[in-house]
Design a binder for this molecule. Structure first.
Ligand code: MG
Length: 374
């Protein structure tokens, strides 16, 4: 099941003040969109942008796919949905770029409801009394029962929402409206007050205060793996292919560093290990690219409402020498995991020629991962 996050950021909204569209303004030292994208790390991410913003978008880093938006929000989402055709996507989460503080728990609520419904979206019931007004005077009252404040991400089964957009004239306020016009049922799940849409200057102050006050749920996991050397001419370590006089023996590509890291992440979630999710008895994982395992672990992180705070991998071997390749390994892992490189450490040590690593019979790897949930 592949879930893609579509982040809408093609609008020109300037009610927030300033010269830049609000999604490019700074929040706690980073563009609003950097926060929003980080909330969806672990998912494949598509960003809809205004054509003039391409240079800005390329400064965001990470593995972000850019799609040029249309004249309206609905047209932008439709472009993104069409761009995903044929790429094996089963579910999409469509999210406002200007909601940078979406809690992981809200994303998890939407995904859980999608198991049983074609669509699901977060909302909050209205607690204030509602009035109608005219020329500065109250002209009537409105019953608030059954009314909700809609939020995003709005989640859908991919085929259903693409068909709904194909059939819609294109002037909808949000994707729930498009989905309902096509007859899809949309479940309401619990939203969060922190999931505010930055619209006015004071919203930025409130968002900064929320960022400062977030209480974090922190989880640590560790992983350990060993693979023996066999005949060959290269090894895969942390997603990088290194020429070497031997190869590592294993059912998959035997990337011992990536296996230790993947197990550290599963460990932090208390969700077992690689062998539980990808049994070695299953022939489909023979020779598999270990990135499949690591991506799955990161999808579980996102699905549980966590994000990766940092991880640290130590490779234990005499040879090959890791130091010259450590930066490439960090970059490869960052790309697979959808997080910034400064959250990823790769280092190496020898065992002073002692033991199986010292005798160059194999390579061992240790990893630690820290996950946080706001
Ligand atoms: Mg292994």
């Amino acid at each position: 099941m592949t879930t893609v996050a579509i982040i809408t950021a093609a609008g020109r909204g300037t009610r927030a003040g300033g010269d830049l569209p609000k999604q490019w303004q700074m929040l706690a030292g980073r563009p609003v969109l950097a926060h929003t994208l980080e909330a969806f790390a672990g998912f494949r991410r598509v960003l809809t942008i205004h054509p003039e913003d391409r240079a800005w978008a390329q400064t965001l880093g990470g593995d972000i796919e850019l799609v040029e938006g249309g004249a309206t929000r609905a047209a932008s989402v439709h472009n993104a949905l069409r761009a995903l055709a044929g790429s094996g996507v089963t579910r999409v989460l469509i999210h406002d770029g200007a909601r940078p503080l979406v809690p992981g728990s809200v994303i998890a609520n939407v995904l859980t409801a999608l198991d049983d419904h074609a669509g699901a979206a977060p909302a909050l019931p209205i607690s204030d009394a509602l009035w109608r007004g005219d020329a500065g005077l109250v002209s009537g009252t409105q019953d608030r029962s059954g009314l909700f404040r809609a939020q995003t991400p709005q989640g859908f089964r991919y085929d259903a929402i693409l068909a709904a957009h194909d059939a819609h004239p294109g002037n909808a306020a949000d994707d729930v409206e498009v989905a309902r016009a096509a007859g899809l049922t949309v479940a309401i799940v619990e939203g969060h007050e922190d999931n505010l849409k930055l619209t006015y200057p004071q919203d930025f102050q409130r968002a900064e205060a929320i960022l400062k006050g977030r209480r974090m749920d922190i989880r640590l996991g560790n992983g350990y793996d060993v693979h023996a050397f066999t005949d060959g001419d290269h090894v895969w370590l942390c997603g990088v292919k290194l020429p070497h006089g031997k190869a590592l023996l294993g059912h998959s590509d035997a990337d011992v560093g990536m296996h230790a890291l993947t197990d550290a992440i599963y460990g932090a979630l208390a969700e077992g290990d690689i062998g539980r999710h990808f049994p070695p008895s299953d022939p489909q994982w023979k020779g598999a690219d270990s990135a499949i395992f690591l991506r799955h672990a990161m999808e579980r992180v996102a699905a549980r409402g966590f994000s990766l705070a940092n991880c640290d991998v130590t490779l234990v071997c005499e040879r090959p020498k890791i130091g010259p390749h450590a930066e490439a390994m960090r970059a490869a892992l960052a790309k697979i995991m959808g997080v910034e490189m400064d959250r990823i450490s790769v280092k190496a040590t020898t065992s002073e020629r002692l033991g199986f690593t010292g005798r160059e019979e194999g390579i061992a790897a240790l990893a630690t991962a820290a996950l946080v949930r706001a």
